[in-house]
Design a protein around this ligand. Structure first.
Ligand SMILES: [Fe+2]
Ligand SMILES: [Fe+2]
Length: 274
């Protein structure tokens, strides 16, 4: 597959941003980029034919074709069956920015979502929620709304944590008025005949009548699946919002005895055997 180097470098924020990335981050960025390009090519090759989405049974049949489970966090798996690489150690008192650079990278998806939230005039709590909403996928994937909220909860406003926790549920339920459609990506990854389990349905029922319904809804509205190769994204535009709303512990994330400190430590040292 041919890579447009210029578009790829631009997608990462330019040559300087690429130069600052370590090997691992570059490899992962390239991997994501190629996946997106591949999806686009597949779509284009179908020449206007509607895409054929897999069934739940077809997706389930793939389970035993992989050496890892789909729910494994991305820091724990090699790319495309490759061996994993040595990971850059975290500084002694790691900050959110350090985790963005060394564990959540390339983080294009969340950076693009937060950029969009900023452009569409969202509140700072929602911009922050968009910036953090899928970061926990580095650690674990199933129930990432709940895991993600738990990871960040000690450090962020209650509304942002609420938005992160429940965006996962609202992703399954369209809301035309809010401008949110069921994503094609979900037909692709869950199967076109997938029905969310009972606890997700129950959570949706609870959310519909909740005074904060719009908080997670706005995360879904700004949640982008289309990867824009020309979008320049970086964490810099969010420095002020992080400074105002993210309570960075002075001991560093992982060492402040918060209820989620162990989760940060696991992210910091994914090679520890116990
Ligand atoms: Fe998500
Ligand atoms: Fe997302």
């Amino acid at each position: 597959m041919e890579i447009d180097r210029r578009a790829f470098i631009a997608s990462l924020g330019g040559a300087a941003a690429v130069a600052a990335m370590d090997h691992e981050a570059k490899a992962e960025a390239l991997e994501h980029y190629m996946e997106e390009q591949l999806d686009e090519q597949v779509a284009a090759n179908q020449g206007g034919q509607p895409e054929k989405f897999p069934t739940v049974a077809e997706i389930e049949a793939q389970i035993e074709t992989r050496p890892f489970r789909r729910g494994t966090g991305s820091v724990f798996t090699g790319q495309r069956g490759q061996n994993v690489k040595k990971i850059t150690p975290m500084p002694d008192q790691p900050t959110l920015k350090d985790f963005f650079e060394l564990r959540f990278a390339p983080a294009n998806h969340v950076l693009q979502s937060a950029t969009r939230a900023m452009k569409t005039g969202m509140s700072e709590e929602i911009i922050l929620a968009c910036l953090l909403h899928d970061c926990v996928l580095s650690l674990i994937k199933p129930d990432h709304g709940w895991w993600g909220a738990q990871l960040f909860e000690p450090y962020i406003p209650e509304k942002s944590a609420f938005a992160i926790r429940y965006h996962q549920t609202l992703r399954f339920f369209p809301d035309e008025q809010a401008g949110y459609e069921y994503p094609d990506q979900y037909y692709r990854i869950f199967g076109h005949d997938y029905t969310p389990p009972q606890y997700i349905q129950d959570t949706y029922k609870m959310l519909k009548n909740h005074k904060w319904y719009m908080e997670p809804r706005l995360v879904t509205v700004n949640d982008l699946y289309a990867f824009d190769p020309n979008a320049k994204v970086s964490i810099e535009p969010f420095t002020d919002i992080i400074g105002r709303h993210f309570k960075q512990p002075k001991e560093g994330l992982g060492y402040d005895n918060s209820p989620s400190a162990h989760m940060w430590r696991t992210l910091a040292r994914p090679d520890n055997p116990l």
